[in-house]
Design a protein around this ligand. Structure first.
Ligand SMILES: [Zn+2]
Length: 253
C-alpha cells in the first residue's frame, strides 16, 4: 500500500528557519503526526499567500504534499494566531516559552495528542490570564508527565517509603522526592518546603486548570516551585531554557 500523496492536518507553528531566497522551513506540532518540519515555498515573498502564516504561535489548518526529504505545504489557513498572546511582548514571551519546550520535548513524527492539546490549552489560558504564572508551571509539570519525565512527588525515590510531612527533600538527578535517610551519591539534593511540594502535587492532579489563576499562592512558594520545575526541565533538556531570559526581561506587573 502506498501512502496518499497529500494529507491534511492542524498544527501549531513552533519556529521557522529561512531557506534559500524566499522559502522557509517551519517546525509545526500537529495532533496526529507529532512534530513535522515542513517546507513552505515562497512563504517569505511579500506577495505569497503564505506570507506571515508561519510566525511562531500560529494554529494552522494545512494541506501537505509528501516530498522526497521534506514534506511541502500546499495550502495553509490560519485557525488562530492567538492575538491575546501576541498583544504584549511579555505575554508573547510566555507563548514562546511554551513553543520552545514543546519543541525541545518532542521528536519528529512521534505523535503525542495530549501534548498538542496541552500546548493549545496553555496558550488559550495564557491569553485569558496573562499574569497567571501558575499556568506555566502547570504546563511545565504536565509536559514532564506527558513526556515520561514526571518527578516523583509522593514517595522516596530511593527506598520507596511514603513521605512524612516536613521530612522530605528533592533531587532532580535522582528523579524526585527523597526521605531524610536516603542520599544517593553524586546528585544535588535540595530542600523543598511542604507548601511547595503540595503545589507540585496540585499541578499534577488538578483537572480544573481554569481555577489555577484564582489560587493565591505566596510569591516565595511560586519561586520555589518554579526553581524545582526549571531545574527538572533543564536536566532532561541538557541545556538552559532560552526563552526564560526573555521572560525575566519582560516581567509583567
Ligand atoms: Zn528513602
Amino acid at each position: 500500500m502506498t501512502l496518499p500523496r497529500t494529507y491534511r492536518t492542524v498544527g501549531l507553528t513552533l519556529r521557522k528557519t529561512p531557506v534559500g531566497e524566499a522559502d522557509l522551513v517551519s517546525a509545526i506540532y500537529t495532533r496526529e503526526h507529532g512534530k513535522l518540519e515542513l517546507l513552505a515555498r515562497g512563504a517569505r515573498r511579500l506577495t505569497s499567500r503564505l506570507m506571515g502564516h508561519f510566525e511562531p504561535l500560529t494554529l494552522l489548518r494545512l494541506s501537505v504534499a509528501r516530498g522526497r526529504s521534506l514534506d511541502i505545504v500546499a495550502e495553509a489557513e490560519v485557525v488562530t494566531a492567538f492575538p491575546e498572546v501576541k498583544s504584549d511582548y511579555a505575554v508573547t514571551a510566555r507563548g514562546l516559552y511554551v513553543a520552545e519546550l514543546v519543541d525541545a520535548f518532542s521528536a519528529l513524527s512521534a505523535p503525542n495528542p495530549e501534548l498538542f492539546d496541552l500546548a493549545v490549552q496553555t496558550l488559550e489560558a495564557v491569553g485569558d490570564h496573562p499574569t497567571a504564572e501558575l499556568l506555566l508551571r502547570y504546563f511545565d509539570l504536565q509536559l514532564l508527565a506527558g513526556s515520561g519525565f514526571l518527578p516523583e512527588l509522593y514517595q522516596c525515590v530511593e527506598c520507596g517509603e511514603e513521605l512524612e510531612p516536613e521530612r522530605h527533600r528533592f533531587a532532580v538527578g535522582a528523579g524526585g522526592t527523597l526521605c531524610p535517610d536516603c542520599g544517593p551519591p553524586d546528585v544535588i539534593v535540595r530542600s523543598l518546603s511542604l507548601p511547595a511540594l503540595k503545589v507540585l502535587r496540585l499541578l499534577h492532579r488538578t483537572e480544573a486548570v481554569g481555577r489555577l489563576p484564582d489560587l493565591n499562592i505566596p510569591a516565595a512558594i511560586q519561586r520555589e516551585v518554579h526553581g524545582v520545575l526549571t531545574a527538572t526541565l533543564q536536566y532532561w533538556m541538557d541545556r538552559q531554557v532560552r526563552t526564560q531570559a526573555f521572560l525575566d526581561a519582560a516581567k509583567l506587573p
